[in-house]
Design a protein around this ligand. Structure first.
Ligand SMILES: Cc1ncc(COP(=O)(O)O)c(C=O)c1O
Ligand SMILES: [Zn+2]
Length: 404
């Protein structure tokens, strides 16, 4: 059953049919799906959800497909893990990790957004998809396109981590490594897609793509037994995830399924923190030139940056940035206290949560969820010099004794 009724301009509310468009022709603002909320309220109730399969499609009424998904069926429902030792260290009452680093199939939350956008591409009759990416999206588009039998064109900076490069190339897409930063590559991909008629998941398919991020809010709410945390901390790159988390909670609240939306906190690396600056100064995003090892979230000119800053402020949250050294400490702290190995964006999230607690934004009575959006095995470079690896021994028991 589908409830999407078309696309709507975020600024002037102009309506458009479902198609390969992403900007309002009247005012230039981004478009997003519009739903029949009365229809959704009449057709689904909260307590019937538990009988559905544990993937993002259990929230199908809140997603912009017009038919049942034909590919990427098994995405979502990643673990939500309680982390009491980390809660104590940071200084909050309870803390959970939303572990999208274990997402199927490509080990980051980008599986959610790609699952939605690739199904929409198929509905629109598109056979070639693609993306500009800082790495995780490249992995996801290449993986999902391979499984779906679609052609894919993936544009990435030539100096991203080996795990991200090989983790894309292994699927044998058309992979274009570009000598430039993400913002330059984004522009190049937009030009190429216009010339060659491709569906680019995070450009002309963006209204559909972005909706996938809401499922992270839906899942954590359901996994907590329909109890909403006080605060959610999210890493930010283009700003889509942070703003869609708020929208997801607001949509459940609109139906009366939950009472309130958590405070949303945004995290970035200090070397690329245009959305944090916008949120703290209450001004529009001013683009920056990224300089950080948190490559996956190094977007200097974030498309949804203003929307993210606005969502954060409206939720009663705020934003924080952390240095590269702090993010590495965040990765190590998380690993040693929880057993979860997250990538650089997760290190930023953990370190930012600690900073926000120090500043009093996260309090001793707060229940907090950290969005850990990617897997540490993909960004080994960030920590390899920091981790002590013991020298090898000959295989004799006598060599163990000195170690004890
Ligand atoms: C691991 C990880 N976390 C978070 C983000 C931020 O996503 P958004 O662009 O929706 O802000 C990204 C984006 O690339 C990412 O790769
Ligand atoms: Zn408009």
């Amino acid at each position: 059953m589908t409830f999407v009724t078309g696309l709507q301009c975020r600024r002037c509310n102009a309506r458009y049919p479902i198609s390969l468009t992403h900007r309002c022709s009247a005012c230039g603002a981004p478009l997003e799906p519009h739903y029949d909320w009365d229809g959704i309220a009449a057709s689904v109730d909260r307590d019937s959800l538990h009988t559905r399969e544990r993937n993002i499609w259990r929230y199908t009424e809140f997603l912009p497909l017009e038919h049942a998904p034909t590919v990427s069926g098994d995405v979502g429902w990643t673990p939500l893990v309680e982390a009491p030792k980390l809660a104590k260290t940071i200084g909050v009452r309870k803390l959970w990790l939303k572990c999208d680093g274990y997402s199927y199939p490509s080990l980051s939350f980008k599986d959610r957004v790609v699952a939605v956008s690739i199904n929409k591409a198929i509905e629109l009759g598109i056979t070639t998809v693609g993306c500009p990416s800082t790495g995780n999206l490249a992995n996801a588009v290449a993986a999902h396109a391979s499984a779906a039998g679609l052609d894919s064109w993936i544009f990435v900076p030539d100096d991203i981590e080996v795990g991200k490069t090989i983790g894309t190339a292994v699927y044998n897409p058309h992979m274009v490594r570009v000598k430039g930063n993400y913002d330059q590559i984004n522009k190049l991909t937009a030009e190429a897609s216009e010339r060659f008629g491709w569906g680019i998941v995070n450009i002309n398919l963006r209204p559909y793509y972005a909706e996938g991020s809401k499922t992270m809010a839906f899942e954590m709410t359901e996994q907590l037994g329909w109890r909403v945390p006080d605060a959610v901390v999210s890493p930010m790159a283009g700003g889509s995830l942070a703003s869609k988390l708020k929208q997801g909670f607001d949509q459940f609240r609109r139906l009366g399924w939950i009472d309130n939306c958590p405070r949303i906190y945004g995290a970035q690396a200090t070397g690329c923190s245009p959305i944090v600056t916008a949120a703290l100064t209450e001004r529009e995003v001013i683009p920056v030139k990224p300089k950080t090892i948190a490559r996956s979230i190094a977007i200097g000119n974030p498309v949804d940056g203003n929307q993210a800053a606005e969502a954060i402020r409206a939720s009663g949250g705020t934003a924080a940035s952390v240095s590269d050294e702090e993010l590495v400490e965040g990765i190590k702290l998380l690993a040693t206290l929880t057993g979860v190995f997250t990538e650089t964006a997760g290190g930023v999230t953990v370190a930012a949560a600690a900073r926000l607690a120090e500043q009093g934004h996260l309090g001793r009575d707060d229940e907090v969820v950290l969005c850990l959006t990617g897997n540490g095995m993909k960004t080994i470079e960030a920590v390899e010099k920091e981790i002590l690896v013991s020298t090898a021994i000959e295989p004799y028991l006598s060599n163990i004794e000195p170690l004890i």
